[in-house]
Write a protein that binds this ligand. Structure first.
Ligand SMILES: Cc1cc2nc3c(=O)[nH]c(=O)nc-3n(C[C@H](O)[C@H](O)[C@H](O)COP(=O)(O)OP(=O)(O)OC[C@H]3O[C@@H](n4cnc5c(N)ncnc54)[C@H](O)[C@@H]3O)c2cc1C
Length: 285
């Protein structure tokens, strides 16, 4: 199918983009990489009256480290993160996660901010921002606000952003070397959205877990933080036994949906299998 007809504008500056989003034109939609929006328009699941193309806003394509935060611009493409030279456990997690987003043509066009704004609960970037308690900056002509990831994702395809707001950047914490991070996911075909994905970030001191964060995708209508798994990990001796206990706790805690891709029992089994894999052998030290 082809999309229904729409107007198209391509602002040259951020201010111009914000003014366009606020000019009262109904059903205006931002287009960035187009890798989610264009398929939705072609299927007529989205019928925006006007597209505001932010492709010329090069100031949103920058990754900057300031003190203990890495600021990722909304227009940073997946492939930039797959190739980031950023060191440490954060750099490793970004590269591994990016490699699992779609296929290369999607990664060369799709953007970090577009993924978050699209808000698919199995998206690697939605999970990573929820895992790391990222702070998401959005702008409008009314000003700027910073939304914690825990409040940003409301449900499938729904975020806390207002229609006149533009996501501009995301602040991620630099992770010291005592963190171990990792990701494991299962998709039926390479490049598909994961049926279940697990991301982890644990701090290990003298073999003991002193902090733990676990995010799971595909088990809820938004990225899910497993309080049960985090509690099971905390204070334990880091190793496969502990990871398996945490995986059991997470599998008991989640209440996954059943759909054509997998029923609830299957998704729980995937949580059990994937959580240890995310943080065991291949995990970055
Ligand atoms: C075959 C296929 C497989 C895929 N597999 C995966 C996968 O495994 N994992 C994954 O995470 N993604 C996957 N994707 C989606 C891909 O990652 C998209 O690039 C991403 O979801 C959206 O980014 P985009 O820049 O293309 O956004 P667009 O498609 O341009 O926009 C998506 C939505 O976000 C809004 N938006 C975009 N940027 C902003 C902004 N800065 N401020 C406010 N709103 C904004 C748009 O209005 C729209 O509603 C896949 C896509 C395809 C086609």
């Amino acid at each position: 199918m082809k999309p229904s007809s729409f107007d198209y504008v391509r602002p040259n500056t951020l201010q111009e983009a914000l003014e366009l989003l606020a000019d009262g034109t109904e059903d205006s939609k931002v287009i960035s990489g187009g890798q989610s929006l264009v398929p939705m328009m072609n299927f007529r699941l989205a019928r925006p009256a006007r597209l505001v193309d932010i492709g010329r806003l090069s100031e949103l394509e920058v990754i900057r480290t300031v003190d203990d935060r890495v600021h990722v611009g909304a227009r940073v493409r997946h492939v930039q993160l797959q190739n980031t030279p950023l060191g440490g456990p954060l750099g490793s997690l970004l590269r591994r996660s990016a490699a699992l987003v779609g296929h290369l043509p999607i990664r060369t066009r799709g953007t970090f901010g577009g993924s978050l704004a699209h808000s698919d609960a199995a998206s690697e970037w939605c999970l990573l921002t929820r895992l790391l308690d990222a702070e998401i900056t959005v702008r409008s002509i009314r000003g700027e606000r910073v939304i914690p990831a825990a409040e940003f994702f409301v449900s499938v395809f729904t975020t806390a952003m207002e229609p006149d707001e533009l996501l501009t950047s995301v602040a991620l914490p630099v992770l010291p070397d005592d963190h171990r991070t990792g990701i494991a996911e299962f998709a039926r075909r390479a490049g598909d959205f994961a049926i279940v994905a697990v991301l982890g970030d644990v701090t290990v001191s003298d073999g003991t877990v002193t902090a733990a964060r676990i995010a799971i995708g595909g088990v809820d209508d938004k990225p899910f933080r497993s309080a049960a798994a985090e509690k099971a990990l905390l204070g334990g001796t880091f190793g496969l036994d502990l990871l398996q206990s945490a995986a059991e706790a997470a599998a008991d805690e989640v209440d996954p949906p059943s759909d054509a891709h997998g029923d609830a029992v299957y998704r729980r089994d995937l949580v059990r299998a994937l959580l240890p894999r995310a943080l065991a052998a291949g995990a970055a030290a």
